[in-house]
Design a protein around this ligand. Sequence first.
Ligand code: MG
Length: 372
Amino acid sequence: MRTAVIIVAAGRGSRMGGALPKQWQSLAGKPVVAHALAAFAGMQVLLVIHPDDRGLAEGIGVPFVDGGATREASVLAGLRALEGSGVEAVLIHDGARPLVSRALIGRLVAALEEQDGAAPALPVTDALWRGVNGRVAGTVDRAGLFRAQTPQAFRFAPILAAHLAHQGGAADDVEVARAAGLDVAIVEGEENNLKLTYPGDFVRAEAILKGREMDVRIGNGYDVHAFCEGDHVWLCGVNVPHARGLLGHSDADVGMHALTDAIYGALAEGDIGRHFPPSEPQWKGAASHIFLSHAIGLARERGYRLGNCDVTLVCERPKIGPHALAMQAELARIMEVEAGRVSVKATTSERLGFTGREEGIAALATATLVRT
Ligand code: MG
């Protein structure tokens, strides 16, 4: 389903104080709204802004439209801007919720496969009081009560119709949807998906972001290709003259395949075969840098950069030593990282096993990804 994201960032944030509206204030070195944009990376995003903030929005680098006087009017402006573009579903998100996670976005997109609408919420766990003049005037039964969050996800046509028909104010888009008779499923929200409302919320959000900086992922990859007739092998992007070739569906670059799988592994994204099925003829004879570029691009999309990687080639021949520096440089070039983050080394297997008998080449790789 073709899904777009509307980030509503047109409010003035009167409770926060400061020279800028809260969604444009700096959080851990970048505007609040830019954090949410990073979570939606790779998706079609439309920012809805206040006309006074056009200069700020231009610095963000995603399409934007002017919102209206109320939140509902701003959402409607966003929906109308997407009308006729072929979008089938839309996630509507508050620009002041910078810590939305990829996992939550994934849950919502999955829920929309079955539902007209889905929105995240958390059950109320604290006791609820009604207060009058600073005194407890009564308690409220919390059973069945939820704290609503965004993004709120809908099929596009029904939510546009609901907004067009809606009169008066609404707390959120779920209220608009329900007024039009749409059924909205509750998806598990996240405690960290807080809405920045008071100055103290910035401190809490910065602390959460600091914790995320510690998010380091590790993946490993292993690959084998058999020798066949030929006069060269591709290893880590370098053409190495040899009395034999390597057999494979692509260019059989065993080292680059192991490294690519290590990156996919760190992302819990399967392996090369999942992203480039061997059953699809367009990958026959493909240069393996396509696979490695895709894996590192996916990592960047998810908010990770390469910490380092280490590739070990296992073979008796060809001798790798004379080519190791060129391999390191080529892998670094493809991944757009400095060479110091890339290691390529080799070992023989003391003439033991299939590599020792020179039936093929094996490769192992490890990669770490660090959240940016
Ligand atoms: Mg392979």
